[in-house]
Design a protein around this ligand. Sequence first.
Ligand SMILES: Cc1ncc(COP(=O)(O)O)c(C=O)c1O
Ligand SMILES: [Zn+2]
Length: 444
Amino acid sequence: MSYSCWFQCFNGCCDDRYSIYDVIYRCPKCDGLLEVTHDVEALKDKSAQEWKDLFDARAGGNQHPYGSGVWAYKEWVIPTIDDENVVSTYEGNSNLYFARSYGEKIGLKDLWVKQCGNSHTGSFKDLGMTVLVSVVNQMMQAGDSPVQAVAAASTGDTSAALAAYAAAANIPSVVFLPDNKVSAAQLIQPTANGAHVLALDTDFDGCMDIVKQVTQDNSIYLANSMNSLRIEGQKTVGLEIVRQFNWEVPDWIIIPVGNLGNISALYKGLKLMMDLGLIDRMPRLVAAQAEHANPFYQSYQNNFADKSTMTAKATQASAIRIGNPVSYDKAVVAVQKTNGLVEQANEQELADAAALGDLAGMYNCPHTGVALAVLNKLVDNGTIKSDDRVVVISTAHGLKFTSFKTGYHAASLPEVESNLPNPAVQLAADADVVKEKLSSLLSS
Ligand SMILES: Cc1ncc(COP(=O)(O)O)c(C=O)c1O
Ligand SMILES: [Zn+2]
């Protein structure tokens, strides 16, 4: 059976189809977002059980590229790509673990954390970037494409992923970062991978405006999530979570959001599972925003009557400091169709939630702190019940955000009173002094 996919207008203004190997990002008729559309009827040639067995057999194995947590689902992602053109680091396959200790702290019996930061470049962005760079690779290998380089605006993690995958494929990359607004670890990643790193005196939304202009010339290919190829890869996180629960659906999935590509992708993957009969209900999706960058929360408060935009303020959750989210229309559908909701966390709440999680053995990035703070609120106000099965998506590795951690434990973060500080104790190198100190520390 031959499977196929194409770009089509997300708004449904027309039935026009565009090849995924064309350089096109928005609907030429209405300027809406495009989405990758699959021939779902063709995919019905296998039963739900046959798909499950196939995916179970592939994921985590070593057969290129099917061992990847994205390409295990190749027929559902980009069926037409040649295996040899796939650029993969065997992304995905990240651990989904039972967070018993944190759950006990907040009164939840069935809490799980999906560690998307345990990935090649330290964030969930790898899931989408393997797809985008693989498609570009196939275009360039065909020899008739205008594309010479890939480019993205980024709050840090997208550029790290783009630079790594582009380097692996030997494709030049350009990244636009808001100067002084990404962590040192995020800045050094694309630098090390040989990207052209352009630090602009603006914020993420300003970088996004520039990259859109630069990529109007088809020689530079836009790698932001406005490009729906990214969503195709990121949607596998939903498939992977359900597969890790032996194809059972959790009650809730909480995810920190900025540009809103991630929650749109999560929904898209789950929806395809519904359409093909692998699951028979949807989890409720919760979008977690930082209060300083909360346009989606504001829109939700307004029943999504209008898209709110803002100039996002500084937040420790710097990767979601986005005021004009590109995938707004898709994310509204994700929340509405899953009976989901949007909640926010302020700087104090996100920092304390991250620290409380760390004390339960996690090592949270500030965005995961936002998701945990939102979880705490929803448990406290009774929206989430104590025996609901909940998944929190941890989107990046805490090691990328060292200054957030050191600032918290040194009690120097703005707007944050460090309620759980644990600064290092400096002592003389004297066994008696050390013993005395230990006895007081361990008895308290
Ligand atoms: C660590 C982290 N968490 C969450 C997000 C939010 O993802 P999205 O912008 O697709 O909503 C991003 C990227 O923006 C990120 O880097
Ligand atoms: Zn359209």
